[in-house]
Design a protein around this ligand. Sequence first.
Ligand SMILES: [Zn+2]
Length: 259
Amino acid sequence: MLSALRRWREQRIIRRFPYSESDWERQFASMPLLRGLTPDECETLRELSVLFLHRKSLEGAQGLAIDLDMAVPLALQACLPILKLGLDWYNGWVSIVLYPEAFIPAHEEIDEFGVSHLNNEAIYSGESWQHGAVVLAWSEAKQAALIDGHNLLIHEFAHKLDMLNGSANGFPPLHDDMDRAQWTDAFQYAYEDFQLHPRAGIDPYAGTAPAEFFAVISEVFFERPDIVDKHYPRVYVQLKRFYRQDPLTRLGKSSGVRP
Ligand SMILES: [Zn+2]
């Protein structure tokens, strides 16, 4: 009964969303990342995106005004990783803050020695806080749907999935039909190998921490699955089981990627 009521409410939100059929078609057509999705998957992604925008609060920083033509592609990409998982995987936080350009985080960082200091050096294009906001630079986010192996949105939202079971450590909550030892083996091997032999097509930032490896390799998994499969086939299998998607087959079929 509860779920029927929820479904009814969700359908109403979806119906009332002020975006036309041709607007949606334009967005899908402009995003190579979404090629190869079946019509049913496109429909699910659309619905997830509308509900995502309904549940989350999207705020512009430094006077950035956000319209639907910014919010929709952002939501479509954010929801691609959870296409087969469901929106509840993004529970526990609400706000997304969008800066016009890469930003200097105005927060104090606690380093490994427990020392707090203001980080004035690094310029960020995105960050994800445990139980808190996802912060993104629009200048980077709007490029994200190109197939170049980089995707800021998938990166930051992969951190959110990773943080569902504690701090970000490259070990998100696995499904019951997955084997923790297989995940750990595959990722540990790949992470250590990558530190010794950085691979073309995978951002060297992946080598800075297991959490970053998971986030970066998730970007590559969705954009250039052939690269993950080539260098780290066991990681590919684990990601395929985790996201319950097979981008190699999907993008390969649409000739976006040559496996
Ligand atoms: Zn990261």
